[in-house]
Design a protein around this ligand. Sequence first.
Ligand code: EPZ
Length: 423
Amino acid sequence: MDRLVVTGGTPLSGSVPIAGAKNSALKLMAAALLAPGRSVIHNVPRIQDCVTMVEVLEHLGAAPAWTDGTLMIDATDVTPRETPYELVSRMRASILVLGPLLARFGHARVAMPGGCNIGSRQIDLHVRGLEKMGAQFHSEHGFFEATAQGLRGAVITLDFPSVGATENALMAAVAARGTTVIENAAREPELVDLASFLTGMGASIEGVGTPTIEIEGVDAFEPVEHTVIPDRVEVGTFAIAACATGGSVVLQGARADHMDLVFSKLADAGADVGITEDGVAVSLRSRPNEVDLVTLPYPGFPTDLQPQMMAFLAGADGTSIVTENVFESRFMFVDELNRMGADIRTEGHHAVIRGVERLSAAPVRALDIRAGAAMVIAALAADGVTEIEDMYHVDRGYQDFEAKLSLLGAAARRERELSVAFS
Ligand code: EPZ
């Protein structure tokens, strides 16, 4: 496995380019399955999850070709072959081929996703939405077998504004006969990006970005060319890292309109946040104030920045309360932070963070993408040299992570351990 070795204490400064949004690109790649022909997606991040999704598409017969940040997907010869557990267990977003395959072929066979480090990650809301449009699901041997003799429009009311369930329903509804209404829909910017991609293919969608989306089914789709929106979670991660180190950075290409609550919470902590001609500037030269925050579906505070904020608030001048409402166990990394001298107690969905003067370096590990990013932020702010194991988690969601940190003046280097197999 490989580790990141970080020497803390250097305030980050400079400009860093922001990559395309992982949580949009993966869905656009799935949506490309709807249209025979060559779709072109620009600004696709070179991260492990996108490599995995390319494997899923290849497995289904699409011919993806990647040059720099542009992915060309020829979905002419796609067939609804089984999406294997090996790919789904590596990346849960693989289940988002369900909607497009049911829409185009009336059939899909996808391995059931396992849980992961932040919760059980059900897909009951995905299944129920697709069943409302006439799909039939049969589960056996760890697979979902889904069939539909022609999807038909329906009213789908989601118990929870699930991002994935909204996306799967949307990618099926665009081809369903008649009108579909998705109530209590997710409103994330990535959904808006997906709807823009689908509209470019010929879909008819109203209301995306609000809790009620209305879709008129159409019979055929054309391939499309599209550029992925910038990754708001990467923007937030580097903004928080700058604040945690008493630094000042410019996030090139950041969409401030996707980050209202994140920037407002950083301002509450004492940061200066300003729009520049090429992005957003964030700085904090003093010790942060304590800040309370509650994660909620968009436009609430994003759960994907909760671990990074916890690492930041561990050094605040006061006590902060963080409530995690989206996932049932997204505090697993707190024990790792406490090994670095943080004083955090969790009780169910709540965490009480008593700020300490300075964290101290200790060997720690990354537990998932965002927890790993949080450990890097803690290490950048800590006194001493921290080694973070299992950085493959972070590589799933961040392109050129340590290269970008080095660009901002951080002392961070990757060490790869050659795993020697003893026969
Ligand atoms: C997306 O996951 C993101 N992943 C997650 O980012 C993000 O944390 C999440 O949305 C919330 O914003 C991608 O877009 C690839 P949900 P998703 O369905 O779609 C429960 C990252 O680090 N639920 O909105 O899986 C679920 O268990 C990742 O980039 C059901 O109970 O999120 C969770 O508690 C982590 N049944 C909650 O809803 C369902 O059928 C939110 O899940 C679906 C979800």
